[in-house]
Write a new protein. Structure first.
Length: 336
């Protein structure tokens, strides 16, 4: 009788465990980021970690990760904003990071997206400002943006949000592909070309400090071009989602002066067709105490990613919140 009871208990335990496993099926959540040398990739990795809670993990209330039960989020390195909005619209990724300008153009079908709108894009959260860096070799200088004519210039990856904005900004100064030797490279490749003397300058928009630029600064050294007040004003007029910003002296140890520039917000985006409950849980997990610790300790830009600023600038972009995210923000009292 005792043996029978033990076997029955063991069988019952197995059945219960099987039931728990079935109730918590594993699901994957792909987050498009950017190149490994930029800011999107590490920030995307922190967010992925924060919202994940694979089957068998400890529950949040038991000291485990406060992610979505059964969810495995993965940060994928991509060509950043333009690639991510295309992939999200096509259902090839569940979420991704995008600059506000690219998100606006893509959703509304304007600029390079004319006739190719991405109407299913939806916002989860505003994350952090991305400063536009114009990187020069050590001790180099420019006499204004127009001085880039005739030079070898990195304009970021083909179709990227940075490239879209840079071409618009340079166009105001009569600088274009006809009068520069342009290079379509990611951040790390561009930094290598500057170090090797194969580029005279390159643009890249990212949250500071940028890993590839830290390495360049520590090895060959670099300069950052400081926009004139007139150039900042014109850039803001031409690309309204690039707002005046400053990269403080010492952000990169070798750059001991304040740098005037423009910045665009980095946004976490998903597809309108994603399940409302899932995106609600993802948004909730992003702002958990566990996520706060990961953001504060994982990257310098993580500290500025806060619930209080999660909706900053969203109205101006003109892209709706996902209903799941909206539900969370209403419950949290952030959205009235």
């Amino acid at each position: 009788m005792g043996i029978f009871s033990k076997l029955t208990g063991a069988a019952l335990a197995c059945t219960m465990m099987t039931g728990v496993a079935a109730a918590q099926e594993m699901s994957f959540f792909r987050i498009g980021t950017g190149g490994a040398g930029g800011t999107y990739f590490p920030i995307g990795g922190i967010i992925a970690n924060a919202i994940s809670n694979p089957p068998g993990s400890r529950a949040c209330e038991e000291g485990g990760n406060c992610g979505v039960p059964g969810l495995v989020a993965i940060a994928q390195s991509t060509n950043a904003s333009a690639h991510n909005v295309n992939a999200i619209q096509a259902g090839q990724m569940e979420a991704g990071l995008s600059g506000a300008a690219t998100l606006h153009f893509a959703y509304h079908g304007v600029g390079k997206y004319e006739g190719n709108a991405k109407p299913d894009l939806r916002v989860i959260a505003n994350l952090f400002p991305e400063d536009l860096h114009l990187v020069l070799p050590k001790d180099a200088a420019l006499d204004g943006l127009a001085d880039l004519k005739g030079k070898r210039v990195g304009i970021a990856q083909a179709g990227s949000g940075t490239q879209i904005a840079v071409e618009l900004i340079l166009g105001d100064h009569e600088v274009n592909r006809d009068n520069i030797d342009e290079a379509e490279l990611n951040n790390a490749q561009s930094a290598e070309r500057i170090a090797d003397g194969q580029l005279d300058a390159y643009f890249y928009a990212a949250g500071t400090p940028v890993a590839a630029m830290i390495q360049l600064d520590n090895t060959k050294g670099m300069e950052l071009y400081s926009f004139t007040d007139e150039e900042v004003k014109q850039a803001n007029t031409t690309v309204p989602y690039y707002i005046p910003s400053t990269i403080p002296a010492g952000t990169y140890p070798g750059v001991d002066y304040d740098v005037n520039t423009v910045a665009v917000s980095g946004i976490l985006v998903t597809n309108a067709n994603m399940d409302e409950e899932l995106i609600y849980q993802v948004t909730k997990a992003m702002w958990s105490d566990t996520a706060r610790k990961l953001l504060d300790n994982g990257h310098p830009k993580g500290k500025v990613i806060t619930l209080e600023t999660a909706l900053d600038g969203i109205d101006g972009i003109g892209v709706p919140l996902h209903p799941g995210a909206e539900r969370f923000y209403r419950e949290a009292g952030v959205l009235k």
